[in-house]
Design a protein around this ligand. Structure first.
Ligand code: PLP
Ligand code: COI
Length: 337
């Protein structure tokens, strides 16, 4: 593909060569296996199908100017999948198994890693599902861990161009003591209606408020929220949001650039005071926001049509580390050998 085509590929499923699979049976994990099938043959009473016993991850690999392929922070994704597993009673995929599966999946599909400078990357999707049959609501005895990959463009098609977010109080994505902090499918099913409505009205995502009081900002669809003012990077602290690895990385970069960082409850009204606002995540990278519309209050918050100075600096530094253009003092990238 030409660079121009890579720029417009969007964020969608694409078939690649091989995927990696590993079964858990009789209390233990088997060997990694390669498959060229895009399909699974699982029991119709599998717990993942009925009771949502499934967790997934999302991470990316990037091709550098030097031709090397780098995977970003896969140990963090491995740990988060274990955390999600704890939340819905699935066995841990061992960290080493997770990392080996990711490396193997990238290696076997290396020709699908988009070229340096294309703005596209290889999206890696690890998935853990209950495959054993149960009809009572209880955890499965058997599991399947899969890693598949595909080339993608930015999640919000505008890429690094600012977009709009929508606040609606009639929808919640996750309950305060529920599963919002785990990367499990049910949270995403719960977000489909609100997400569809927001997109139909021209917004890139829903900006969810805390479900208990509707007073504080939670997160934006498939990404965390941040606001910047007075040289301070501010991001919500909440029990019902996914702990974003991108956000954690930006926090580190921000601190090293001399920004103050606050992780705390962020009241909705504080939107008025931010100089810059953005969404961040693996798929979203850093997506600057130009406008937040609070539909219930008929109130809009505006941040300008161009990405802000700090958002741009943070974006460029993060991407440079991922591509291998900047040193990696934190040990975040793994070169695929
Ligand atoms: N929040 C939600 C709900 C997500 O699905 C994601 C995507 O993974 C994020 C935040 C961002 O997390 P990360 O930066 O680890 O991709
Ligand atoms: C990611 O950023 O990796 C995600 O998982 C977001 C989304 C595609 C669900």
């Amino acid at each position: 593909m030409e660079i121009q085509d890579w720029k417009t590929i969007g964020f969608g499923y694409r078939k690649t060569n091989l995927n990696v699979r590993c079964y858990y049976k009789n209390g233990e994990w088997g060997e990694l296996q390669l498959s060229d099938s895009e399909y699974l043959n699982i029991h119709m009473a599998a717990t993942s199908l009925h009771y949502g016993q499934e967790a997934f991850e999302g991470l990316k690999a990037f091709k550098g100017k030097d031709g090397k392929v780098r995977v970003f922070r896969m140990d963090e994704n491995a740990k988060r999948m274990q955390h999600s597993s704890d939340g819905i009673l699935m066995p841990h995929v061992p960290i080493e198994t997770f990392k080996e599966a990711v490396k193997l999946a990238v290696k076997k599909n290396i020709e699908f890693v988009p070229p340096y400078g294309s703005g596209a990357s290889l999206y890696i999707r690890p998935l853990l599902i209950g495959v054993g049959p149960e009809i009572g609501v209880r955890p499965s005895q058997e599991y399947l861990f899969i890693v598949f990959v595909m080339p993608v463009g930015p999640y919000f098609p505008e890429g690094f161009k600012p977009t709009d977010l929508l606040i609606m109080r009639q929808f919640d994505r996750a309950a305060p003591l529920g599963t919002g902090k785990y990367k499990v499918g049910g949270n995403y099913a719960a977000s489909l209606t609100a997400g569809k409505k927001a997109k139909a009205e021209g917004y890139s995502a829903v900006l969810y408020l805390d479900a208990r009081e509707k007073k504080y900002l939670d997160e934006c669809g498939p990404a965390n929220f941040f606001g910047i003012k007075n040289n301070t990077y501010i991001t919500p602290k909440s029990e019902s949001i996914l702990p974003s690895i991108t956000n954690k990385s930006i926090i580190q970069i921000a601190e090293d650039m001399g920004l103050k960082v606050e992780r705390r409850q962020v009241p909705v009204e504080e939107l008025e005071t931010f100089e810059e606002v953005g969404a961040c995540g693996t798929a979203a990278v850093i997506s600057p926001i130009k406008r937040v519309y609070d539909a219930d209050e008929d109130k809009e918050y505006l941040y300008g049509n161009e990405p802000g100075t700090w958002s741009t600096k943070l974006y460029e530094k993060l991407r440079a580390i991922q591509d291998g253009d900047a040193p990696d003092p934190y040990g975040w990238v793994t070169v695929i050998e």
